[in-house]
Ligand binder design. Structure first.
Ligand SMILES: *[C@@H]1O[C@H](CO)[C@@H](O)[C@H](O)[C@H]1NC(C)=O
Ligand SMILES: *[C@@H]1O[C@H](CO)[C@@H](O)[C@H](O)[C@H]1NC(C)=O
Ligand SMILES: *[C@@H]1O[C@H](CO)[C@@H](O)[C@H](O)[C@H]1NC(C)=O
Ligand SMILES: *[C@@H]1O[C@H](CO)[C@@H](O)[C@H](O)[C@H]1NC(C)=O
Ligand SMILES: *[C@@H]1O[C@H](CO)[C@@H](O)[C@H](O)[C@H]1NC(C)=O
Ligand SMILES: *[C@@H]1O[C@H](CO)[C@@H](O)[C@H](O)[C@H]1NC(C)=O
Ligand SMILES: *[C@@H]1O[C@H](CO)[C@@H](O)[C@H](O)[C@H]1NC(C)=O
Ligand SMILES: *[C@@H]1O[C@H](CO)[C@@H](O)[C@H](O)[C@H]1NC(C)=O
Ligand SMILES: *[C@@H]1O[C@H](CO)[C@@H](O)[C@H](O)[C@H]1NC(C)=O
Ligand SMILES: *[C@@H]1O[C@H](CO)[C@@H](O)[C@H](O)[C@H]1NC(C)=O
Ligand SMILES: *[C@@H]1O[C@H](CO)[C@@H](O)[C@H](O)[C@H]1NC(C)=O
Ligand SMILES: *[C@@H]1O[C@H](CO)[C@@H](O)[C@H](O)[C@H]1NC(C)=O
Length: 410
């Protein structure tokens, strides 16, 4: 788990209260909340139940009842907590990428005149992705609090890990309230100026892979009302520095009206949008809310995703200024479904997530802002010992969209 230095650092914090873990049967940890036999920590509230694991501080299951009255497990994952460390696939399954999410150009950045090199773990060594090969969502976090409706994880990331300067101490709290999932991430840079940009990298299939007419996510409608611009990327998906307009009716127009993710998949404009020879979305949409006047992030969603089959709708609220959409373009049918998902009676439907079988929605800041100082993101992305803590907050509101479900034609 954490190193010697890390133990000393967190022991100094008053919050520390280690929860029990048991793989033998349900255990009470915190106040009445259960640890399941498969090693997952369960929390719940009215209309919502979720499981979490220490690996990556990841959500492993999220159960919502749909318009058919059926409970669907609407996130990807594995059946038990231990398998996350065993699987060779490592697809960043619903954890916390860190200490710097998405790509860092050439794994190189400069702070106060000093140049640093983070580990080059992507594109055959051309850039850093999600904090390197031992990024935060590949590590076991420590459970420091667990009640019936909330869980808090802690991670201590040492100076020099993956090439990043300075020690960082992070906490992530997930809380459920009726029909809502809240997340709050805080991180303190304790010794040096360092880049910090976190996210929640959750893979969604709002049908629990139980839509008889399609296992894919391309029929979900997405609305990004503030997403009028995006960061341009090169053919290995590293930002070029340019900010592009998402023209109305173009493939990136999710702002003017809700649109099915697959609506423009036959458009030649989509080829290359997610890197060389890649068709699909892996796009950082800038959330330009300031342009519309003062706002309270809790009052209007930056994103709404809904499935016509299940009717399950997610409204995403966040204090972050960018929103990444990834349509699982590089999935190839090797990632197995959980026992809680898909069909067991249909041999024509392999129990795997296929290409475009899911969509990842990442609340975050402007990707690779540390290499594009002209964007003015330094105050949101570079933190030192004298600074306020890094904070990321988001709320996911789950509801049933009966109007949309009525249009289902499967
Ligand atoms: C353990 O928890 C699961 C999920 O909440 C529940 O279905 C099961 O009945 C519990 N088992 C015991 C022995 O309490
Ligand atoms: C949990 O329960 C204990 C004893 O029943 C109580 O002292 C404590 O305040 C409770 N903690 C929370 C977070 O509710
Ligand atoms: C844990 O889950 C994985 C994949 O979800 C499965 O292959 C494995 O058999 C499970 N292990 C146990 C002990 O159930
Ligand atoms: C790219 O990174 C390498 C080390 O990883 C470094 O030697 C080189 O100077 C960097 N190139 C640029 C243009 O920053
Ligand atoms: C995480 O914890 C699990 C279960 O305790 C263990 O099997 C695994 O080796 C750990 N993985 C890492 C990356 O530390
Ligand atoms: C994208 O799809 C929308 C909705 O079907 C359509 O109005 C628009 O013309 C399409 N744009 C392109 C570039 O194909
Ligand atoms: C582009 O992708 C298609 C389909 O995935 C593949 O058949 C083709 O070989 C690829 N072309 C190149 C130049 O990599
Ligand atoms: C499928 O994707 C996995 C994970 O990215 C990769 O390890 C594997 O090589 C891919 N298989 C094929 C046939 O492309
Ligand atoms: C499989 O079961 C589902 C309900 O769980 C049902 O809707 C579907 O028709 C069944 N499919 C086959 C091929 O029997
Ligand atoms: C969730 O979103 C729906 C649809 O926008 C809205 O009607 C409902 O009031 C929201 N629920 C909460 C708890 O904010
Ligand atoms: C239901 O979904 C449709 C299509 O995405 C959307 O236009 C409508 O606003 C949604 N309804 C609610 C209450 O959010
Ligand atoms: C899925 O969307 C496509 C167009 O993007 C449409 O042709 C098809 O009927 C839709 N299927 C369902 C089940 O909504």
């Amino acid at each position: 788990m954490v190193g010697i230095k890390g133990v000393a650092a967190i022991a100094a914090l008053p919050l520390l209260a280690l929860a029990q873990v048991s793989y033998g049967g349900n255990t009470t940890a915190g106040n009445g909340s259960s640890v399941l036999p498969n090693g997952k920590y369960q929390i719940s509230s009215e209309g919502i139940r979720a499981n979490y694991i220490p690996y990556g501080a990841s959500m492993s299951n999220l159960f919502i009842t749909d318009v058919h009255g059926a409970e669907r497990d609407i996130v990807l994952g594995f059946d038990n907590a231990t398998y996350y460390s065993e699987s060779k696939l490592h697809p960043h399954l619903n954890g916390v990428p860190g200490r710097y999410a998405n790509r860092i150009k050439n794994g190189t950045f400069t702070i106060d005149g000093e140049t640093y090199h983070s580990q080059l773990n992507d594109n055959g060594g051309l850039d850093t992705l999600h904090g390197g090969s031992n990024g935060w969502d590949y590590r076991n976090w420590t459970v420091v609090a667990h009640t019936t409706d909330s869980i808090t994880f802690n991670l201590v990331d040492d100076d020099g890990e993956e090439g990043f300067p300075g020690q960082v101490i992070a906490y992530v709290t997930y809380t459920l309230t009726p029909y809502q999932w809240h997340l709050r991430m805080t991180a303190l840079s304790t010794t040096k100026q360092t880049p910090l940009m976190l996210s929640s990298h959750t893979y969604w299939n709002l049908d629990g892979f139980q839509n008889p007419s399609t296992p894919l996510a391309l029929n979900y409608t997405l609305h990004l009302p503030y997403g009028g611009t995006r960061t341009a990327i090169d053919n290995i998906e590293v930002p070029t520095g340019d900010i592009l307009a998402n023209k109305q009716y173009g493939i990136h127009d999710f702002w003017s009206t809700p649109k099915q993710l697959g609506a423009n998949f036959t458009s030649p404009d989509l080829l290359g949008t997610c890197g060389f020879n890649c068709t699909g979305y892996d796009t950082c949409y800038i959330q330009n809310r300031d342009a519309y006047g003062p706002y309270n992030w809790r009052q209007a969603p930056v994103a709404t995703l809904a499935s016509p089959f299940s009717g399950i709708q997610i409204d995403v609220y966040t204090d972050q200024d960018a929103f990444q959409v990834y349509t699982c373009n590089t999935m190839n049918g090797t990632l197995a479904l959980k026992e809680t998902q898909g069909f067991f009676n249909d041999s024509s439907r392999p129990r795997v997530s296929e290409k475009y079988g899911c969509v990842v929605m990442e609340v975050e800041d402007w990707i690779d802002g540390i290499n594009n100082p002209e964007w003015g993101r330094d105050k949101r992305q570079i933190f030192g010992p004298g600074d306020d803590p890094y904070v990321l907050e988001a709320a996911y509101n789950f509801s049933l969209n009966h109007t949309l479900a009525a249009t289902y034609t499967g």
